[in-house]
Design a protein around this ligand. Sequence first.
Ligand code: C5P
Length: 223
Amino acid sequence: SRERDLAGRHVVISAGGTREPLDPVRFLGNRSSGRQGYALARTAVARGARVTLVAANTALPDPAGADVVRVGTAAQLREAVRGAAADADVVVMAAAVADFRPAHYAQGKIKKREGRDPEPIALVRNPDILAELSSVRSRPGQVVVGFAAETDDVLANGRAKLARKGCDLLVVNEVGEDRTFGSEENEAVVLGADGSETPVPRGPKEDLADTVWDRVVRILDKE
Ligand code: C5P
């Protein structure tokens, strides 16, 4: 039974999308709404977990019973997740984290220069938080879960990404302009480092969340 099968567990979930500032009024961002991460938080609370939700730029009401930490940038999300992960049984990285950030932050609003081409935006790489969490494991037996949005070769790319990042589970879904981001529904495959493949048919984000927790509980119970 799913009832309270996460009781006594601390789970950390990141949700939403990071924003990397260019100047005081502009940022590089993405279309993540945070809905899948919030569904993970709600279902984990329902299954008895202590939940820390690290929310990046979401416009959703706090899930009842979860500790919510609000962040803006990838650097802030990394600090918040790593701090909370220290005593966590499970970390789920559902947030869309910017792979790159502007190399320079302008203290004043960037001006357009009349009659001249715009200055290119130089980018630098952000640390891969999921890969870091997977390689360090702040607790023995800690379960680390990632998400991957792919536009093509979903399964092959998902398998390669799971191996590269070193996480226990990777939830892959196909995205496109009119799919998944911001919608109430999701359709995905949960890939396991043990070679398992659990398809989740199109449905509410809670259904996918519950399937993720089913897989997590199975790994935790093998400890
Ligand atoms: O490599 P890609 O961005 O597709 O990987 C997605 C997964 O990696 C998500 O779980 C996301 O939260 C995580 N990620 C991360 N740090 C980054 C980029 C992505 O933890 N800098």
